[in-house]
Ligand binder design. Structure first.
Ligand SMILES: [Zn+2]
Length: 297
């Protein structure tokens, strides 16, 4: 039952070209190469092909289509430059591009393509929200082919943010705790999760979130990091843990979750095989499912 396959978004074939980014002449030469290609996003969703790949086109044909005229260099794929273009929804879309909802795309694309998708989507979302300096309010410009932004007024450098999220399976003997949110599809249950806060360890953040959401005491010293996964909605890093509960009585915070309950290991095995009579768990792209696989194995 336990899968060793990498999770979606966890494999990327790209060399992020750190050395080239600091060399303006080398960057200019990269843009004119005949093997430079681009992938496309419109309103946060990628253009994809039928063959499990992101749609690529020659970069020089489409450079002008980028929103704000700023293509972002993602890196080199087998030596060839790859850019992402975030298309302006108010301008005509280049012909022949089919856009796909990102979550759907991440289940259809080849694994290495999902890594590119994660990087590209997080970068364009970050850029969209950081056109102005958080230090002085001045306008920012792109530098190093998109790897950072620079405030033209005060000189502050801004780097793409990554938001760490602890996602944890709380266990007690042969039972584990799952919760659900009101907005989720009926039957769907998953591991509890929450953003890390400043000044806490992953293990302490994990225990705090469980206390806040479900009113359970856990032992941070038992927290084991099982896996991690970039999650480009918009730019999280999911840190998957299993942690042991000290108490078992549940007191949920209804602002955070709609319900929480204990499931037996037999029930989890049934959910993993799609055979549970009243509960489902997230699809294979989700790290929550990996936590359940590891625990049930
Ligand atoms: Zn500034």
């Amino acid at each position: 039952m336990l899968s060793n396959a990498p999770l979606a978004f966890c494999v990327s074939p790209l060399d992020r070209a750190e050395d080239i980014r600091r060399d303006p002449d080398a960057l200019k030469a990269l843009e004119t190469r005949s093997d430079a290609s681009a992938i496309f996003f419109l309103k946060g969703d990628p253009a994809i092909c039928d063959n499990g790949q992101l749609l690529r086109r020659p970069y020089h044909l489409h450079r002008e289509a980028a929103q704000m005229g700023e293509p972002i260099l993602l890196g080199l794929q087998e030596g060839a430059p790859l850019y992402v273009l975030d298309l302006d929804p108010d301008q005509p879309t280049p012909t022949g591009l089919e856009f796909c909802d990102t979550r759907t795309a991440s289940m259809q694309l080849a694994i290495a393509e999902t890594g590119i998708l994660a990087q590209a989507r997080s970068m364009i979302e970050w850029r969209r929200k950081h056109r102005f300096c958080s230090n002085c309010g001045g306008g920012t410009i792109q530098t190093e082919a998109g790897r950072k932004r620079l405030c033209e007024t005060c000189g502050t450098e801004h780097f793409p943010r990554v938001d760490p999220v602890a996602i944890m399976l709380v266990v007690k003997d042969d039972w584990c705790l799952l919760g659900r949110q009101e907005s989720w599809p009926p039957r769907m249950w998953s591991a509890l999760a929450g953003f890390m806060e400043p000044g806490e360890t992953i293990q302490d953040g994990c225990a705090r979130e469980i206390w806040e959401e479900a009113g359970l005491r856990t032992n941070p010293e038992t927290a084991r990091i099982i896996d991690n996964q970039p999650w480009p909605f918009a730019s999280s890093l999911m840190i998957g843990l299993i942690i042991e509960a000290i108490t078992v009585d549940i007191h949920i915070d209804t602002h955070e979750i709609e319900a929480a309950r204990w499931f037996s290991k037999d029930e989890v095995r049934a959910m993993l095989s799609g055979a549970h009579s009243e509960a489902d768990i997230p699809p294979k792209i989700a790290i929550a499912r990996r936590l359940l696989e590891v625990w049930a194995d």
